[in-house]
Design a protein around this ligand. Structure first.
Ligand code: TYM
Length: 344
């Protein structure tokens, strides 16, 4: 049975990018695999260490969203990264063998430094972001990691790190770490209303918790084919983000949309209005499940804590065994030290 680990940073409400780029795969994989789903609060802290006030609430809201989207706490271990110190310890150990150049070349690091304004990300913690992510995945000896396209560079670095570990310590310790493979959905890069990658920090996201009116408003503001200035100009659906959303939310309508767009028979405003109806319908069951869940939580205040406690317990069993193997490989096992001392 394959083993899955994935995570998300609790930096705010989940959006369509999270759902379509990763969460949909998580839900599917629960049927066939042993799954671990982690709230990456330490990773969130790397970006938000100056104002960590919302971290706890964001973490809880994220778990609520996961369950509303179909993550089943009876099947999968759901846990909070910082509840398991094993993540921090393995990150320190892996840091010993991670070349600086690999981190300097990391494209996400460079992109975030460039794009994120108003926060000082030139810290030791943020620089080591992929090393902690490596620890997250490797602790569970996960063979598959369901993520969106933006995580591929991290995954590649992590795979190289496993090879380096095995090169250095491998012959007797090849059971310690497993090389993970990424697992992408067909929509591994969802664009936001402004055509840049959908992201909370770009302010271009449609959130899973947005009410109907907000979803309609945001879709109404989506940038369409830039070459179609007037209603009478023929459009280019393949270059239009709205058309690609039809492919996700109303696939059977794509031929009709293509023909009215290319034939300039309907304007972008109407096209977006119709799309909004489909997106609202797709989000409705999630909204309903979230509201049921909220009722359950207010009737049973310990409900989520219990889910997170059980998740952490299951995660710890696997994580502590991996850490034991890594410590042994890197010469940190107490038994070895005593034996070596004895021989001297
Ligand atoms: P994060 O929190 O930025 O995003 C969580 C997941 O959602 C995907 N995603 C998207 N997919 C497609 N289109 C988008 N616009 C979009 N926006 C977000 C991301 O690819 C990701 O799969 N470093 C990770 C968190 C992490 C992690 C891990 C992931 C920490 N440890 C271990 C996997 C395994 C991150 O920042 O994801």
């Amino acid at each position: 049975m394959s083993r899955i680990l994935s995570g998300m940073r609790p930096t705010g409400p989940l959006h369509l990018g999270h759902l379509l780029g990763a969460l949909r795969n998580w839900v599917e994989l629960q049927r066939t695999s042993e799954c671990y789903f982690m709230v990456a609060d330490l990773h969130a802290l790397m970006g938000e260490y100056e104002k960590p006030g919302a971290l706890r609430d964001n973490s809880i809201n994220m778990v609520i969203d996961w369950i509303a989207c179909g993550i089943d706490p009876d099947k999968s271990a759901i846990f909070i990264q910082s509840d398991l110190p094993e993540h921090s310890e393995l990150a320190v150990l892996l840091g010993m063998l991670t070349p600086l150049g690999w981190l300097e070349r990391n494209p996400t690091y460079k992109e975030q430094l460039r794009e994120i304004e108003g926060r000082d990300l030139t810290t030791y913690g943020f620089f080591g972001y992929p090393v902690l992510q490596a620890a997250d995945i490797l602790l569970y000896r996960a063979d598959k990691v369901p993520v969106g396209e933006d995580q591929l560079a991290h995954l590649e670095l992590i795979r190289e790190l496993v090879r380096r570990f095995n090169f250095l310590y491998g012959s007797d310790n090849s059971d310690a770490l497993v090389e993970p493979q990424p697992n992408l959905t067909p929509q591994a890069r969802i664009l936001g209303v402004d055509r840049r990658k959908m992201s909370k920090s770009y302010g271009n996201a449609i959130n899973l918790s947005d009410d109907e009116e907000t979803v309609r408003k945001k879709i109404g503001s989506m940038i369409t084919d830039p070459e179609r200035a007037r209603l009478t100009d023929p459009g280019h659906p393949d270059a239009c983000n709205v058309f690609s959303y039809y492919g996700i939310f109303a696939k059977d309508r794509q031929p009709e949309v293509r023909s009215w767009c290319e034939g300039a028979r309907k304007g972008c405003t109407d096209c977006k209005k119709e799309l909004a109806g489909s997106v609202v319908e797709a989000l409705r069951p999630i909204r309903e499940r979230r509201s049921d869940l909220m009722k359950r939580i207010s009737a049973e205040p310990g409900y989520l804590d219990e889910i997170l406690r059980r998740g952490a317990e299951k995660a710890r069993d696997t994580a502590s065994e991996t850490l034991r193997r890594v410590r042994r490989a890197m010469g940190l096992t107490r038994k070895t030290a005593v034996a070596a001392g004895g021989r001297r």
